[in-house]
Design a binder for this molecule. Structure first.
Ligand SMILES: [Zn+2]
Length: 483
């Protein structure tokens, strides 16, 4: 089985291309890479469809499996959409039964608290993904200050949530687990002693003694917990000379990003990833919260009702197909992981050419604006990012690691209520003004969205947002991983 994968012509070509690009030093290197991206992604998609119809039990059972070489995208679109529950219920039928268990690690990821999904990871898959990541950073590094620095990375992950930490990073890395036990997490000081010790040590690497230069944190609130612990002990985080902090497995608001940058004096990078899909999408160097996807998977942004692909700048559900050979043990085809996103045109201002999205929020934290006005707000949502942006300059709102909120639609009033946690609530005129300010910002954001999709409608639109405050800790469990 593995021999087949190694000898597959596309895989060989892929590895050769990556090698050539990495050794190339010409100025048009990113152009070459990104132009190649689209073509290769389609070829890999064709290869993936062939592979699943022959090897993956779930897809072998589908009768009349479409696999026309010239119609690869249509063939893909004929396959059923997958949700987590489908994978939970038929777990074995998504795993290639011919892959021997050597070199396979399992991780539950952050898929669900109650019913964890076991995601097999193969060493070869990990290597291929790591190569891609390195290549992307090299490309982007040519034109922006995001250039990757090779150095020792400290990986911070929660002790309770994962069976194994990720090993996809090509850099040398140390993994430390934080056992957070909300709300008592601040008492586990032995963990922080250990991490401080790691950051203060030097490690013999390639004939030199090196210190940790990068942090990779999953999910981002772990760095909040650790940073506060350092500050409480009178240690300023910048003394550790960390150059780069990469956050994955959760969204980082602009407010939190600025705060982290100030505390650590480091470059902050937030990538978007799903453990199930293996490959991260990389944050655009020019636009925060915009993510670029490279070769390893195929993205679709679909209308939540019709499941048809939406137009550029329109919003819908993100459906991911992981491409062979980046995921062959357990490939996911047209998998909806619960994220709503905005589809971004293929030419980004930063120079990237390929599939890109902007994240809006998790399904459960978003409200379709169609309820307010179906003609005007079709394919539009209000979600996590909109709320974070509206709250960004409000000092007394709980901001770190993220604002705690809830969105509700009240049909009888035709109104969307945003409930927010606030550190101190005094029922006065100031409170009323603040609620009005936030609601106006949300409304302003909505108008911008309408402009993006060229909606120059003359229809008079009224502000549908009503803001309510709650005391800290009263809305929900803030450190919840999953949906
Ligand atoms: Zn970009």
């Amino acid at each position: 089985m593995l021999k087949e994968i190694h000898h597959n012509h596309i895989v060989r070509r892929m590895i050769e291309t990556i090698k050539t690009l990495k050794s190339s030093s010409t100025a048009n290197f990113p152009d070459k890479f990104f132009t190649l991206d689209e073509k290769m992604r389609c070829e890999l998609l064709q290869e993936t469809l062939k592979y699943i119809s022959n090897q993956i039990p779930f897809y072998k059972t589908l009768s009349n499996f479409p696999n026309d070489e010239n119609e690869v995208l249509n063939s893909l679109r004929m396959l059923p959409l997958l949700e987590r529950k489908h994978v939970y219920e038929n777990h074995n039928s998504f795993v290639n039964p011919n892959i021997l268990p050597d070199n396979i690690q399992c991780t539950s990821g952050t898929t669900d608290l109650k019913r964890r999904m076991i995601i097999p990871r193969h060493k070869l898959e990990q290597q291929m993904c790591a190569q891609l990541e390195e290549l992307y950073l090299l490309c982007i590094g040519k034109s922006t200050p995001l250039k990757s620095s090779n150095g020792l990375t400290l990986r911070l992950i929660p002790a309770m949530r994962r069976m194994f930490g990720s090993s996809s990073n090509t850099d040398l890395s140390i993994t430390a687990m934080i056992d957070y036990d909300f709300p008592k997490y601040r008492t586990r000081s032995d963990y922080y002693d250990y991490i401080i010790q790691l950051l203060n040590s030097s490690y013999p690497i390639q004939g030199e003694y090196k210190r940790i230069e990068k942090l990779h944190v999953t999910p981002p609130f772990l760095i909040d917990i650790f940073t506060r612990e350092l500050l409480d002990r009178g240690i300023h985080p910048s003394v550790f000379n960390i150059k780069k902090i990469t956050c994955t497995g959760g969204v980082v608001s602009t407010f939190f990003r600025k705060w982290l940058k100030k505390q650590w004096n480091a470059q902050i990078i937030c990538n978007f990833s799903h453990t199930e899909a293996k490959i991260s999408y990389f944050e655009c160097p020019n636009t925060p919260n915009r993510y670029h996807s490279i070769i390893g998977n195929y993205l679709e942004v679909l209308d939540t009702k019709s499941n048809q692909e939406v137009e550029d700048y329109q919003e819908g559900k993100l459906v991911v197909t992981t491409l062979f050979p980046f995921q062959f043990v357990q490939p996911f085809i047209r998998y909806f992981m619960g994220d709503y996103v905005r589809k971004i045109p293929k030419n980004c201002e930063c120079g990237f050419i390929g599939q890109s999205i902007e994240w809006i929020g998790r399904q459960n934290h978003c409200i379709s604006l169609e309820c307010i006005n179906p003609n005007l707000y079709k394919k539009m949502f209000i979600g996590t990012i909109d709320v974070y942006e509206a709250l960004e300059t409000e000092n007394d709102i709980v901001q770190i690691p993220f604002p705690i909120f809830r969105l509700d639609y009240s049909p009888n009033k035709d109104m969307i209520t945003l409930s927010i946690e606030k550190s101190l609530i005094i029922d006065d005129e100031e409170n009323k003004k603040q609620a009005e300010r936030i609601s106006n910002k949300l409304f302003e954001n909505l108008r911008m969205k309408l402009k993006l999709i060229n909606c120059t409608s003359e229809i008079k639109i009224e502000n549908p947002f009503y803001v309510k405050f709650f005391t800290k800790g009263s809305l929900n469990e803030p450190y919840f991983i999953g949906t």
